[in-house]
Design a protein around this ligand. Sequence first.
Ligand code: SF4
Ligand code: SF4
Length: 401
Amino acid sequence: MGANNAYLALGYACNEKCRCCPLIHKNDREKFIPLDRLLKEADQIVSYGVRDVTLSGGEPTIHQDLFQLITYFHTKGINVHILSNGERFSDKSYANEFLELQKNGVLTVTTTFHSWNAAEHEYQNGSQGSFLRSLQGLQYLDRNGVQISVKHCITANNYRQLPQYIQFVIGAFSSQAEIQLWGIDLNGLERKFAQANFVDFQLVKPYIEEAIDVFESSGRAKDQILSINNLPLCMCDCYYWKYFTSPKADSYVDHKKGGEIMEANSGPLSIHCQKCPFYNSCMGAYFSDFDIFGNNIVSVPKEEAEINHFQRSFKFYTEQAIEKMVFSPYLNHELRRNGYTITNYLSGETIQIRLKTKEILHLQKMLFYGVSLDELILCLNEFGLNGVTVVDEWMRKGVIE
Ligand code: SF4
Ligand code: SF4
């Protein structure tokens, strides 16, 4: 079918009552789906040839047959991912049984922390004492080799605390834990509630950038994964884009619809996106955000677009400019999620630099009009790069001359 992942909900019972839960007002849903039916659905999922399955709910760990289901998928060679609030793992005997299952196959856990602050986390999920239970449960799994992901949805209530949140995750978990920042899916939520929780992406910008600065200055960036999901590139300076997930993410099969590929619920849907040079690299936002708040929640990042529109000039090969460094005339260049990429199309050599937008624009301008070698090295040093090494590489690769 082409999809490599599937969801299976074990029922909608939960031991928390999150304010943002789309299921909380739906009393018509089945609380615990019996094992025989789950196994039938599991059989169907296996028949689609998926590589991974994500078990969710409600809260899957309060379903009495969760372990049997995990074992079933493992015997079929399928990796299992659990979406859980993590509270149950604070019970050591339960957590130890769970750890045993790891011997048979890949088993990972993703848990949302609404805040680094216990009172705020518990205000959001209505479960007293849950912060410590989830924290201790997840730490136990983390210490014992389970791949955990610590998820955080950015809302109007918590966006100013993003730097503290990252500090909390770094302090609480090993570098094996993945840090995931997400937008908020407003689908199924009351309009009033959606309005109170959605936050303008431009308001988030300074806080998310500072949060990533905290992450990078902690020294963790070398070996820990931080990902930004279902959020638009235009909410950050291009320097931070490498953390945004690619639109070519996993696809999910919908076993309830005979194995159809599940429709996407996020993307660059605004009319502004259609003329954005970063359309193909951008996850956009949840469709529900556009449905409720319209096209103008995103806009083409003007300065980043300017980087791509930069044109080289050949008019500076003059007597006066002969000593100056300029861009080679044989270049293709593009701002990508991983940095500013320049290729000399004659030699096929490529360089990539990761700098802030204003710094790239400044470099472009300098190398357009011509700059002395000393000035160029000094400027690169000021941008935190090793000017001598960078200039050496750029000259060797025919990017500047
Ligand atoms: S933990 Fe998940 S299923 Fe339970 S109330 Fe919160 S969002 Fe809903
Ligand atoms: S305008 Fe649209 S495509 Fe461009 S960065 Fe923003 S969300 Fe992405």
